[in-house]
Design a protein around this ligand. Structure first.
Ligand SMILES: C[S@@+](CC[C@H](N)C(=O)[O-])C[C@H]1O[C@@H](n2cnc3c(N)ncnc32)[C@H](O)[C@@H]1O
Length: 301
């Protein structure tokens, strides 16, 4: 079984495995471009939906229904169905209204719409995704959520060019890369059916290329957040370790109001830069969420 390779990394391994077998709670994020938390709560109350707020972020509501897309608040763009822990990366970027932000792998737009809300729909948000087939979902989610500060592009983020933007760097970048998706097993029980070490190794090359390019396109002092929904150190700490060597940047500490574990500095005989401990691993049993990995980099001045 694939997950057993992580036994050496996870102290409460049996609790981890048990959590991976439970279905994932259904969570929606309040889209503050169109509604307030109170307004959404009123609408859900009047529609007879049961829910509770996520302790660490009142804009996230756990719903009892698994089909929030069938509700009026969804149709109005007041809520966005988003895995709880995937709301973390956008919050970790130090965004302010007016910023120029690059969302390197944006479709279907969970984090793009969240970034736009955090930017108060000002500045410029370049939402890129290499997969043309996923752009219609990105566009329609941005439209439903009332996002107007977003430009959609479709390029391999490894070779994304700043030329159309006069070579002026971005203030921040979100690098939510394609990955082996091990941490989505609660939502998608077949997520690991196609798993192989070759796939992990192959995708890690793409992740390195995307993160390098994002760092190159971000101004000195700007921040880049790297995230995956997988546990594999090959796709997490090893990617960070590589980019720390090739690009002028460093990993910085950040607060995450969730229970987390530090990045690992050793895996399968490989040693990583000690600063990868500043990254955060989130296992499903820790907060009753999906699995996640998140790291914050600052570009050297
Ligand atoms: C984890 S998903 C992104 C989820 C998205 N950030 C969200 O929050 O809704 C990874 C995305 O990367 C895209 N992708 C894969 N390879 C890419 C590449 N080389 N450059 C840019 N996007 C890529 C995939 O099409 C996929 O949509």
């Amino acid at each position: 079984m694939v997950l057993s390779r992580y036994r050496p990394l996870i102290e409460e391994f049996e609790a981890f495995l048990a959590a991976c077998e439970r279905p994932l709670p259904s969570v929606v994020r309040v889209n503050t471009l169109k509604a307030t938390v109170d307004r959404v709560r009123e609408a859900l109350d009047s529609g007879g939906y049961a829910y509770e707020s996520c302790e660490w972020n009142p804009e996230l509501l756990r719903l009892e229904t698994s089909r929030p897309g069938n509700s009026w608040p969804y149709v109005h763009g007041w809520i966005y169905g988003q895995e709880e822990v995937s709301a973390l990366p956008a919050l970790v970027l130090d965004l302010k209204p007016g910023d120029r932000v690059f969302d390197a792998c944006a479709a279907p737009g969970s984090k793009t719409t969240q970034l736009a809300a955090l930017m108060e729909d000002t500045g410029t948000l370049v939402a890129n995704d290499a997969n043309l087939g996923r752009l219609s979902a990105l566009r329609s989610n941005a439209e439903r959520c009332g996002v107007t500060n977003c430009v959609v592009t479709s390029t391999d983020a490894q070779t994304f060019s700043l030329d159309p933007f006069n070579d002026e760097p971005f203030d921040h970048a979100l690098v939510d890369v394609p990955c082996s998706c091990e941490g989505t097993i609660r939502k998608n029980p077949t997520a690991l059916d196609e798993w192989s070490l070759d796939r992990v190794t192959g995708i890690a090359g793409v992740q390195r290329g995307i993160l390098e390019r994002a760092v190159q396109m971000t101004r000195a002092g700007g921040t880049v957040v790297y995230s995956t929904c997988t546990f594999a150190p090959e796709e997490n700490e090893a990617v960070l370790d590589h980019v720390l060597e090739t690009e002028p940047c460093r990993l910085v500490e950040f607060d995450a109001p969730l229970t987390t574990r530090p990045g690992v500095t050793e895996w399968n005989g490989e040693q990583y830069d000690p600063s990868v401990q500043r990254a955060k691993r989130i296992y499903p049993h820790l907060n009753d969420t999906g699995g996640f990995f998140c790291a914050k980099l600052e570009v050297d001045a």
